[in-house]
Structure formats: C-alpha cells, structure tokens
Design a protein around this ligand. Sequence first.
Ligand code: SF4
Length: 753
Amino acid sequence: MTADLLETPLDELLARACEVRDAMWGRRVTYSPKVFIPLTQLCRDRCHYCTFAKAPARLEAPFLSPEQVLEIARAGARAGCHEALFTLGERPEDRYPAAGRWLNEQGYASTVEYLAAMCALVRDETGLLPHANAGALYPAELARLRVVSASQGMMLESLNPDLACHAGSPDKTPARRLATLEAAGGQSIPFTTGILCGIGESRADRLVALEAIAAAHDRHGHVQEVIVQNFLPKPGTAMHGAPPCPPEEHLWSLAVARLLLPPDVHVQGPPNLSEDFARLLDAGIDDWGGVSPVTPDHVNPERPWPALDLLREVTEARGFSLAPRLALYPEFAAAPQRWLDPAMATPVLVRSDAEGLGREPGDGWFSGADVAPPSLLPSPARAGGRVGEVLAGVLLGQEAGVDELTSLFGARGPEVAAVAQVADELRRETVGDVVTWVANRNINYTNICTFKCRFCAFSKGPLSLNLRGDPYLLEFDEIARRVAEAEAQGATEVCLQGGIHPSFDGDYYLDVIRAVRAASPGIHIHGFTALEVTEGARRLGEPLDRYLRRLMDAGLRTLPGTAAEILDDEVRRDLCPDKINTEEWLEAHRTAHGVGLRSNITIMFGSIESPVHWARHLVRTRELQKETGGFTEFVPLPFVHMAAPIYLQGKARRGPTFREALLMHAVARIAYHRWVPNIQASWVKMGAAGARQVLLAGANDLGGTLIDENISRAAGASHGQRMTEDAFRSIVEPIGRRLEQRTTLYGRVAAAA
Ligand code: SF4
C-alpha cells in the first residue's frame, strides 16, 4: 500500500481520497467553534519552528491566572464557542525555576495538575468543553485530564528520530509520542493527533507516522481526527529561513492520510495555513479544525483564521455543508459510557444537537423559551450530495424511507432551505395557501399520575422533583364550568388530557365526557391519549374497541395523538419505560380508527433520541395511515427542557435546535405527502416568530387558541396561555397566506358541531 502511494500521481490520489471521504462522511465538513487558552507559553522543548514557546523574561507571568483563563473562556462562551482548547508548552517546570515556583505558590505540583484544575473551572463556570493539548503525557496524567476534558490531543508530528528541528526537545522523541498515543487509547480518550509536513522529514517518514496512528486506532478506536499541518517558516525562529511546505506536498500528505488511515478517522486541514484553502477539500478532508471567533491561533498568531462566513462560503461553493462540532466527534459523543468520564457526559449532552454535533453558534433558541429564533427562512436554497439526491427522488414522486428521511434531517445551511422549499411546494399542492386554526380550550383534569415518564414536568407522581404547582384533580362541576366558559368565548373544541390517576378506572373517562356533554351538547370533545384509553379499558377488563365505542356513544369525537413521544422502543425504554410501547400506541389508534374515531399523530422530539428515530416514527405512523386513513394531522412538539426531570438529572439535551424543529415540519410534510394532509406548527413551543418560519416549511395549521395550556408551561415554556385570532393573523399575513378558522376535523368553522 505505502509503496503504491509513493508512486501514484497526485491527481489520482486526490480523487481516491475524495471518494473515501464522500463514502464515509458524505458532503459535510465540520469545524469546532473554539476559544484558545494558552495556559503557559513556557516549554522545556526547543522545537526550531515554534513561535509559541517564549522565555520567562518575555512573559508577564509563567502561567495565565485562573481569572485570565475564565475571562477568555467566558468571552468564548458568549461568542457561541463549544470548545476550550488549552494549548501549552511541555513541562516548563523542568526547565524554568520560575514556572515551578509559580505552581508551588498556587498549590499545584505540576503543570498538568494546574491544567486539570483550569479545565474543571472552565467546564463548571462556562459549560465549554475542555480539550487538553498538553503534549507527551504519562498514563496517570492522561487519566487525571480525562475526568475534566471531553477529548485530548498531541501531534505525533513525525517519527523520524533524526530531525534537526527536534534537537533539544526531549518530548519529541518518537517513543514518547507513541507511548502517549497508545496510553490514550488504553484509557478510551477521544484523541486528536497529527503530522507536520515540511520540517525536514520525507514522504516515506510521513507514511510511517500515519501507519503508526492507523495501527493505534485499530487497537483502540480512539483516534478521532488526524491533523495534517503544513510547515510555514516564522520570523524569530531557528527555521525562519527554511522553505515552507509546498502546497502540492501538503495536498499529497492530506490525500495519503485519508487513504492510509481507517475511514472512520476524520482528517483535518487547517484553513488558516493555506492561501487557497478551498483546495484542501479536494484532498479528502472532512474537518477544518478549530475556528475561533475570539482569540488568535496562539501557535500560528501571524495567520488569522478566515472569518466563519468566508469559511462557510468557500465550503458551500464546493458543494459541501458546514456543521459545528464539539471537542469530540459525534461517534464518540454517542457512546459516553465508553469514551467519557461520567463528569463529562452531561456537559457534552447539553451542547449536543440530535446528531451529536454542536448546537449552532448564534442559535440561542429553545423550545418554549422567549428567545427569537435564527432566521433560516426565507433564504437561498441549494442541495447537493445525499440531501439533493433524496429531494430529487421526492420530486419524481418516490416515497422516502427511513434512510432518506434521516438524511433530510441532516440538512444544513442552504440544504435546509432546499428541504423547506420542497415541503412548501407539497403543502401548496395538498392544501393550498390557507392557514387554519381552531378555537379550543385545554382541560387537564388532573396532574396526578402513576406513570414515570422521565420527560414529564407536569405530573405529580413517583418521579416528581420540585415541581411547579400542587397536585390537583378537577371536580366534574369545575370541568363543566370550564367547558361552558370556553364555549361562551367561542371555543368549538375542548381537549381533555391528564395524568393517570391511581384511583381512576375506565368509568372516570366516561364520566368526564358526560360532564362535558352536560355543559355543552355541541362542543367537539377531543380527548384521551392512547395511554388513557388503553389504561381505561385495561382497568375495566374490557376490550379496547368496545370501550372506545362506549366513549364515542357518550360524546367523544376524536383522540389526540399525544403519549406517542418517540415511537421507537429503543428510545421509550429510557424516556418513558412504563408507558405503552410503540406497538400499543399504534394499536390504540388502529382500534380507534376502526370504530370511527379519528385522531392525530404527535412527536415529542429533542431530548435523547437521534434523527433515525424521528424517521422511524414518521414511517411507522405513515404505514398505519395507509391502513386506516384515520389521522387528520401531524403535530411536532419540540421537547421543552427547562423543568423536565430527565434534563434536570443531566440525561437529556436542551430540546431541538431551531434548525431541527423547522426540519421536523418540513421532513414530515415530505414523509406524509399524499397520506396526512395537515402539518401543525405549535405556537406554544415554537413561539410566533418560529411558527411563521415553519409555515414556510410545509406547515399549514397553527393549532388551537389553547386557553389554559398547562403541560408545556409546567415544563418551563414561557409562551402564553392563549392566542387570539388577531395574533394568528399577525403570524400569517406577512407571509402572504390566508387565515381561516377550522373545526377539529378541518371543516370550516361554520360547519363546527
Ligand atoms: S406524560 Fe402523562 S403518563 Fe407520563 S408521567 Fe406525565 S402525565 Fe403521566
């Protein structure tokens, strides 16, 4: 293999490298929004190319103080960074007495000990994920840093022991570097390493280094990325007169790295060290490395990064999408038990999106929070790669399956607008330009519940934590009063849902319906989740179809699709372990449709699941719709994290990003095309500004006025209790759509029964 690589013409290598990259990572290129923290610029090594290391006399203090560290980190956190990259010289205390004295005065025995303390400080005070780049370390040092960092790194640089540039650098011996790489693997540390090109080594030397990295990765699976860095001479260094690594040589090295390393190792090319950095994409890279909106690259301070906008422009112009990542890659974030100390699992989760990448910097939106969403639509649409392929198939009339829908959920940048555009066309074709709403009231008759759904901030039961409000059970008179009040205010529907009270039997639900009917003979009763009716029937020992018929005879008209959460048992096991499973939810709706009750589909997304689970949810419900035709609409419910027990326990993400929430509506429109005509935007969770963008992405309904919406507010949502027709109009009219009031079953309001 290596001999072959040495002989192969560059163009062929580049083409082969791109093929490998595209097959493994598609057309997505990542970067890490990071802040650099140069903890100490003292170093016991004397690498001839280095401007980072300084003599003590040239520094104000041997180390940054904790206050200085925090100041840099806080600026990074404010600018939307995810990673705090600690860069530092190696063991300065072994060379400079001033460094040892400073550490002793502060109560630290070594640089690594101080580094560990600063990583913990930054993690705890700012939430940034530390990446410790501390050079050649011993196993105990790596272990100490693993507790306080999301990943670690050390450039292998070169395994040629005779390089003049490393004379006088005891930490640059091949044995020290290889031992560190190996020990990191043994401790399951997500590890960044790399090679330097142009410091006097040969092409064959580079292949040797890459082969050693590949072998370590084969043994431990821990090499997350390999940086292939080109040498540039710097003034004031011993190598200031040496020639820079020629661009073609750099491209060659990147391509052979891509070909020689296992395909699951990411290959990074730093954009700030090349004049024409777009070309690095032609050599098979899939990562740009750290891009800092705040601090200079302390290792290459004379080479500022391209601004993020330029990086995005260049990346997208080559047909790639750009995605922010964390200090560790998604494959590692997805297996925290293996790759992370327990103390790091929650900080990683909190910054993750559903793919295990970083939440978009600048997107401070959270479901239910009073924060303006980023403006994703309208915007220029373009989709290449897999997203483009899937959209082309959809436009040809093909039905998207789980794989295709999962790919659409991965859309970024102009791809998001492309998915939304297709969804918008399908929406227009299916339901035209009208946006509907329904006048309704929610009546949550009890918040007492025997179930243990880990996301539920509403219930008072076995898992109640703080939580808002007291346990209650409404009297039938109060239910009737609320119904009459709602009807007097123009409501055409009451939506009845509540906890599963330990004392309920199935007759309770019948009594609720009777109380509603007594208060209003005509109002549409939309009530009882699949869980409630399944439990009701079970507690009476009655077959579900017979029980549903009795509810219907009493006045029940439709079932809400809640209690679906994520229809995938892999997720339900952790999210709502004692609730009905996927098949039971589907069976309840199948039975309801069979007796003539229509219902809707919901999805609660953005807590612990990933896009493939969303796709399975869509496909499973679509299959049932093909069988029964009983679903009226799809209602995406983004997870509101603020008071949810699973979030407060550090086991869930902070809800979907706005991009994910928008895509949920768009991808659902595509998935359900020809089967489910209506896609609802929940203003309670999305907010008015979010709902407006979602209406440009396939949605055609704004749901209900929802007087009394207790469940989202219990979870921390700040969007109001009630929407008015005028407020709905102010969402819809600026985008040139027409608002119409509907009944629960999508008749126009005059036909309300
Ligand atoms: S989601 Fe429903 S079933 Fe689950 S705990 Fe909350 S109220 Fe009970």
